[in-house]
Structure formats: structure tokens, C-alpha cells
Design a protein. Structure first.
Lengths: 335, 276
């Protein structure tokens, strides 16, 4: 076992009052992988990330991060893991260099090393123009970047990123993606990532796990999961929903299944590309002329819908926030 | 973020990913809290201004009555009332540590600190030591105003230092209480409310006249109130001289309060940082 692995074995978390947030979850993240952890709100994602980052205790089961048991070797876990939580905890009266230098000192750097490290990280996350400003005046994107830098101060082996791009504009999201890839490829950092955006998991993750109602519902590489989801589809658009409906009868024997969505007829079948000529042929013989034809691979979204019974929230709504400078976001630790 | 050159493991391997010695942690966090306090001076100024205000008011309204108070005859009322002013500034200023802590709890930086390998006690001591330093400065200012008003302490400059020392000790002890409230509630409003306990502490005591002149329930309350002994000790320094029989109870009252309040704060810290 590599010292950069995360191993979770039959993890259970029950809260007082009988709520079981995590119900027997097991998975292994191999050292050097980017692991995308997905699930609807309330599925148990944040509970697991809290247990792995030593902020919460499991009720039963085992979890180890970099070979250290999260229950009994919490301080070792904190030394080798970097964490950027969904709620960014920054002191708004401090400046980015001060926060980074202080963080480096906590991890045992001397003053000179800490300053050098802070300067390095400021460069890395491109906050050079904002070093003289208090963090309270930063935009959401800048705060995220600073938070990422803080998580990287001690050159962790394993990095936990809890929804690192939530609330970011597309350009900032792409910056974070590039950075995550680079940390992973150049330093071999294991990255445990939760996200609301399936596209993000698809683009970044080597392995994706989907949790639903406290249980692991699916796990594998994005390609495997999509392949397991089944057939590709030929999407045919007709002049009206009626026409699309009428066309179903003509070709239903060729398909594994069909689905009419308004004026679009989706024909699900294996080796869809090869089947296009015969499908079109059959339609034309019956007097149906589709306006357009497209071919779809199954998406991670289809996988998510299949295993959780719901679409991922916020997937459609692209965040617009970029320049606004939110005042110190207040949050309180749940008691 | 592709242009910046990031050198992996740039620092010496030994330095990275260990943790700073405990004392360094405490000093780093104390310094950070001090910087924080100086950047938000609006939290520090009211306790000083209130104390100076009351000192001037008490002296000018009650100062002439001093001759009529038995046991105070011939001695300046200023030396008698200054300790009250210093004690109230200490107790009011005790909230500074807790306000700093509660800010961290509210903005989430406290959780970030918990994710580093630093000690929990360092996280607690940082704001408390920074607060203690501010208390010393506050008391110094009140004493300086007293000197300007004509204060002539029986024990001289050393006595003034002793008074400031007692004030810092008292305020820091009381800070243990407000810090407990901060840790317990995590809310700035609740922490502020807890600080108001300083009113009964300051006024259910021999505030304006010596203990012997009190009677009934107020006398009983004053005898229980540790502040009474602190006031008596400080007054003795101002008016009589180095009187061990007055100073020891004052010191004991400060230490007793501190021990009790820090037991509470330690418990509150354990509850707050316990993983659930």
C-alpha cells in the first residue's frame, strides 16, 4: 500500500436521533489518483470528508489517510493532508501573505522559509496584485485561490478539495482544474475531490464514486461508468412531437429502447454509428424525414440519474459570481 | 495558473510537515491576535474611554465628599476611586480576548486552525495573552490619567506597577469566563452578553465607600465578591503602603478567579474541539 492511499472500510456514521448519514461505505483511493466523489445533497459526502480530514469521528468502520488511522493518528493525518473545505475559513482582517506565512510557521518552517513559501504560493495562485489588501476585500474566486494555497503550504501528500469550484466563474474554474491536474501530475499528489459539477468529475477524475443515501451507488472510471450505463443513442428531431411519436412504431424493433422527448426521438442501441444508415433508411421508406440527427454517448449525468434517481443539482445553472467581494462569510460550527 | 513555476519540496524536507514547538505556536498566535486587535481598534477603545470617563466623573462629583467618609479623612479620594476605575476597565477589557476568539469561530478560521497540527491550548492562549497585554496598556493609561489628576500613591511608582499587575491578573482571569462563553456559544452576541457580568461584579462591592460602611445584603454580596478584595488591596497600595494583610487576599482573589474560570474554559475548549 502506498503512503498516499486513502482506504475506507465499511464506514458507518450515525447521528444521535437515529439518522444514518453514512451506511457501510468502502472504497480505496490509490496514491496519485484524482478521486471524484459525487452525490446529491445530504447523501453523506460532507460527512465522509469530515471524517477523513479528522473533523468528525466515524461510528463504526475504519478509515486511513496516507496509512494513518483517522481516529487514532489524527495529528499525523493533519501533517500529511491538505484540506480546502467548502466553507472557506479565512480571517478577513489579515492579508494573504500573513495567512500563508503563519500557516507555514505552524507546520514548522522557520520565519525565512515561511516567507519564501508564502511568496511561492502567492505566485502560484496569482494573488500578487492583492497581497497588500486584507482578505475581507477579496472576491469569491480570490478567496478560493487563497484557500487552495493555504491547503498546499506544507506540500501535502494528499489533498482534500470540497467543492473547490462552487460559486466560481468558468474562467476561474478552469484555472483551478489546471492547477489540480498539475499538482497531481507533477507532484503525484493524491486528490480527493467533491463537486457539484459532473463535467468537473468527468474532466478531472481518474475514478468517480457516487454516493446516495449513505451508500456507495457506483464506482469506476468515468469511461467505465458511462460504458456500464449502456447504449449510445441516435437522436432524431422531427417537425412535431406527433411525427416523432409516429416514427417510434417504425423502428422500435431495431432499438434496445426508444424515448420521445417533445419533438426528439431517442433510439438507444449498441454500435449506434454503424446503425445510422439502416435507421435512416427505414424511416425514409416509411416517409419520415428527420430534420436533424445526432449521436450521443452516455454522460456521467445519465449515470448519476440512473444510480441516484435524480439529476445533479445546479448542473444547468452556471455560476455568475466573479467580481463581487463578499464580506466575511459567517459560519458556525454545528454543535 | 500554468505559468507560475512551482518547485515541489522546495524547502528542506525536515522543515516541511512537522509542527512548530508549542511555545512558538503560542507566540505566533499571540502576535496574530495583537495585529488583529490593532487593526480593529474600535474593540479596544470603549473600555479605556469608559474608565477614564468614570474616573474623572467620580473624582469631580464625589471627590469633595471624601473628607466626610470616616477612615478616608485626609487622604485623597482619587487614590480610593482609581482602583474602581482600573478594575472596571480590566473587566470590560477582558472581553477583547473572547471577541477575537469568537470572530475566528464565526468566520471559520478556528476550524482551519484545528486542521493544522498545532496544539488546541495554543489556539486558546493566543487571544488570551494578546488580551492580557492590551489590559496592561489600558490600566497604564488609566493610571496615567490619575497621575495627571493629581494622584499621589503611598507606595510610589512600584505600587502603581503592582496595581497594574493586579489589574492584568484580574482581567485575564475574568477573560477565562468570557472565552468560555465564546467557545460554548460560538456567537458574538452571546459572548458580549456574558461580558455584562462585570456590572454586578463591579458594583456589588465596596465601589464608592469602604467595606465597613456597607450594611445588609450589599455587605454580604461584597464579602463574597472577589472584586472587593482586589479593590481593598489596590486601595491599600494607593493610600496606606505595602500592607501584606491587604495584598495577599487581593492576589488570592485574582488567582482563585483565574483558576476557576480557566477550568471552565478548558472544559469549553474540550467540548468545542471534540470530534463527534
Amino acid at each position: 500500500m502506498s503512503t498516499k492511499d486513502i482506504v475506507v472500510d465499511n464506514l458507518i456514521k450515525r447521528y444521535p436521533g437515529g439518522v444514518t448519514a453514512v451506511d457501510g461505505v468502502s472504497f480505496t483511493v490509490q496514491g496519485g489518483q484524482i478521486f471524484g466523489f459525487l452525490g446529491p445533497n445530504g447523501a453523506g459526502k460532507s460527512t465522509i470528508i469530515k471524517i477523513l480530514t479528522t473533523l468528525a469521528l466515524p461510528t463504526e468502520g475504519l478509515a486511513s489517510v496516507g496509512g494513518y488511522d483517522v481516529v487514532h493518528r489524527a495529528s499525523d493525518v493533519r501533517r500529511i493532508a491538505g484540506v480546502a473545505l467548502q466553507e472557506i475559513g479565512l480571517d478577513p482582517t489579515m492579508k494573504s501573505t500573513e495567512l500563508l506565512t503563519l500557516q507555514a510557521r505552524f507546520f514548522g518552517y522557520d520565519d525565512r522559509q515561511a516567507r519564501a513559501r508564502a511568496a511561492e504560493l502567492i505566485d502560484l495562485v496569482k494573488l500578487n496584485d492583492a497581497v497588500d489588501r486584507r482578505v475581507g476585500t477579496y472576491s469569491g474566486g480570490m478567496r478560493r485561490r487563497l484557500d487552495l494555497a493555504l491547503a498546499l503550504v506544507h506540500e501535502p501528500d494528499i489533498l482534500f478539495l470540497d467543492e473547490p469550484t462552487t460559486g466560481l466563474d468558468p474562467a476561474s474554474r478552469r484555472d483551478i482544474w489546471d492547477e489540480v491536474r498539475r499538482l497531481n501530475r507533477q507532484l503525484g499528489m493524491t486528490i480527493f475531490l467533491t463537486t457539484q459539477y459532473l463535467e468537473e468529475a468527468d474532466v478531472l477524475a481518474d475514478v468517480v464514486a457516487i454516493i446516495n443515501q449513505g451508500k456507495l451507488a457506483a464506482q469506476g472510471s468515468p469511461a467505465q461508468l458511462k460504458a456500464a450505463q449502456g447504449a449510445e443513442s441516435i437522436n432524431l428531431v422531427f417537425t412535431s412531437p406527433q411525427v416523432a411519436q409516429e416514427a417510434v412504431a417504425l423502428i422500435s424493433d431495431m432499438a434496445q429502447r426508444t424515448q420521445v422527448d417533445r419533438d426528439t426521438l431517442r433510439v438507444y442501441l449498441d454500435h449506434a454509428a454503424q446503425a445510422i444508415p439502416s435507421v435512416v433508411n427505414r424511416l425514409q421508406q416509411g416517409g419520415f424525414n428527420p430534420i436533424s440527427l445526432t449521436l450521443s454517448q452516455p454522460t456521467l449525468d445519465d449515470v448519476f440519474l440512473q444510480v441516484t434517481g435524480q439529476r445533479m443539482q445546479n448542473e444547468q445553472a452556471q455560476p455568475a459570481e466573479a467580481g463581487a467581494a463578499p464580506a466575511a462569510k459567517t459560519r458556525r460550527r454545528g454543535r | 495558473m500554468t505559468t507560475a513555476e512551482f518547485t515541489p519540496r522546495a524547502m528542506t524536507a525536515a522543515a516541511a510537515r512537522s509542527s512548530a514547538p508549542w511555545l512558538t505556536q503560542v507566540l505566533l498566535l499571540t502576535r496574530r491576535n495583537l495585529v488583529n486587535i490593532f487593526r480593529t481598534p474600535e474593540a479596544v477603545l470603549p473600555p479605556i474611554l469608559i474608565s477614564v470617563f468614570f474616573l474623572v466623573i467620580y473624582q469631580s462629583t464625589l471627590g469633595t465628599a471624601a473628607g466626610f467618609i470616616p477612615g478616608l479623612s485626609g487622604k485623597a479620594y482619587l487614590g480610593f476611586i482609581l482602583p474602581l476605575s482600573i478594575v472596571s476597565s480590566s473587566l470590560a477589557g477582558a472581553g477583547i480576548a473572547a471577541q477575537n476568539l469568537v470572530k475566528d469561530l464565526e468566520n471559520g478560521y478556528f476550524d482551519k486552525l484545528l486542521l493544522t497540527p498545532i496544539s488546541r491550548t495554543a489556539v486558546l492562549l493566543g487571544p488570551i495573552l494578546a488580551g492580557a497585554l492590551i489590559l496592561g496598556i489600558q490600566s497604564g493609561i488609566v493610571v496615567a490619567v490619575g497621575l495627571i489628576l493629581g494622584l499621589d500613591p503611598a507606595t510610589g511608582p512600584l505600587g502603581l506597577l503592582a496595581v497594574i499587575g493586579l489589574a492584568v491578573l484580574l482581567g485575564t482571569g475574568f477573560a477565562g469566563f468570557t472565552v468560555s462563553a465564546a467557545l460554548g456559544s460560538g456567537s458574538a452576541a452571546a459572548t458580549q452578553s456574558a461580558g455584562f457580568l462585570f456590572f454586578p461584579l463591579t458594583f456589588l462591592t465596596a465601589s464608592f465607600v469602604p467595606l465597613e460602611l456597607l450594611s445588609g445584603w450589599l455587605k454580604v454580596a461584597a464579602q463574597i465578591n472577589p472584586i472587593t478584595y482586589v479593590l481593598t488591596g489596590m486601595r491599600s497600595l494607593m493610600l496606606d503602603g505595602w500592607n501584606v494583610a491587604d495584598l495577599l487576599p487581593a492576589l488570592a482573589a485574582c488567582l482563585l478567579l483565574a483558576v476557576a474560570m480557566y477550568a471552565l474554559a478548558g472544559y469549553a475548549l474540550r467540548v468545542r474541539t471534540r470530534r463527534k
